[in-house]
Design a protein around this ligand. Structure first.
Ligand SMILES: Nc1ncnc2c1ncn2[C@@H]1O[C@H](COP(=O)(O)OP(=O)(O)OP(=O)(O)O)[C@@H](O)[C@H]1O
Ligand SMILES: [Mg+2]
Length: 284
């Protein structure tokens, strides 16, 4: 795999330094705030197959970080490393470090349930439980024992639905089965479900790709609202979306982080030839 990347970067002599170069570019944003996630030299294996190689990246608080790159380059694998969702896949292995607020999430004794509560995930296809709107949002706060009584639970459900900009559409139908709503509404319900457990970080893995343009626009607006309070990482195949909603963008290629730059810079003056080739459709 590395030889293929090397070939694509044919003219670069400083190949071995590139992960560091990617990290350096992230420091452009690091003037005032500590990163939420610090990823250092992360390798990830499915059995013998190396799916992520020497990834180093800082993810900043209350910013949107977009991850782009061709199919199979490791974007979802990387996202799932951030809340250890890959742990459920047999035969996988991680080395390197991921620090969440300076705590190693792969260290022994890390409580994975707490980690996944702090780092929530919204998937490609809306996946509400086949239950009422209310029960979908109330599920995790109930399981995690976050509430003492019904009125506290009602408050969490309402606040989460309001923050997901869904409340006005469902407030009179809280007992209606979630599956009877539109896909865009279901996806906002899934976001409300994540918000209900008060996460720090929300990961979106191509979460608008199943939606029509209007529903997509509403989720993009919502992401812009949410970043006031949350750290957000999105994976997207939609370059315009990355350009519209993100502050920093990372380009993955064959399991490596080719470039990680402020989004405006990435889309106007990419540092790497491969980035330019990908963004202009010449590659990938
Ligand atoms: N459960 C798995 N077992 C083995 N290999 C896997 C598994 N999931 C992903 N892979 C492999 O790891 C590599 C990265 O896959 P990943 O799904 O992270 O890519 P991606 O960038 O998210 O792609 P896409 O844009 O198509 O979603 C691919 O080669 C893929 O085939
Ligand atoms: Mg993917």
């Amino acid at each position: 795999m590395e030889s293929e990347v090397s070939r694509l970067r044919a003219k670069s002599e400083d190949f071995a330094l590139r992960p560091v170069a990617a990290l350096e570019s992230s420091k452009i944003n690091l003037v005032s705030e500590n990163p939420v996630f610090m990823v250092r030299d992360l390798n990830f294996y499915y059995g013998a197959k190396l799916a992520l190689s020497k990834i180093s990246m800082d993810i900043l608080p209350r910013k949107v970080t977009a991850l782009i790159g061709p199919s199979g380059c490791g974007k979802s694998t990387f996202l799932r490393c951030l809340n250890r969702m890959n742990d459920t896949i047999p035969g996988t292995r991680v080395d390197g470090q991921i620090l969440l607020e300076r705590q190693d999430i792969y260290a022994e004794g890390m409580d994975v349930v707490t980690l996944r509560q702090r780092v929530g995930m919204v998937f490609q296809k809306p996946n509400p439980f086949p239950q009422s709107v209310y029960d979908n949002v109330a599920f995790a706060p109930r399981v995690l024992g976050m509430v003492q009584n019904k009125s506290q639970l009602d408050n969490i459900v309402e606040k989460s639905l309001r923050d997901a900009v869904l409340w006005d559409e469902v407030k009179d139908q809280l007992k209606t089965n979630a599956l009877s709503f539109s896909l865009g509404q279901q996806q906002r319900l899934c976001i409300a479900r994540v918000l209900a457990v008060k996460p720090d970080v929300i990961l979106f893995d191509e979460s608008t790709s199943a939606l029509d343009p209007i529903a997509t626009g509403r989720i993009e607006d919502l992401i812009a609202d949410l970043k006031v309070n949350y750290t957000i990482v999105i994976v997207t195949h939609n370059m315009q979306q990355a350009a519209r909603v993100s502050d920093s963008t990372g380009l993955f290629w064959l399991g490596e982080l080719v470039e990680f730059s402020p989004t405006d810079q990435m889309f106007t003056r990419p540092k790497e030839e491969l980035t330019e080739a990908y963004l202009t459709g010449r590659m990938g």
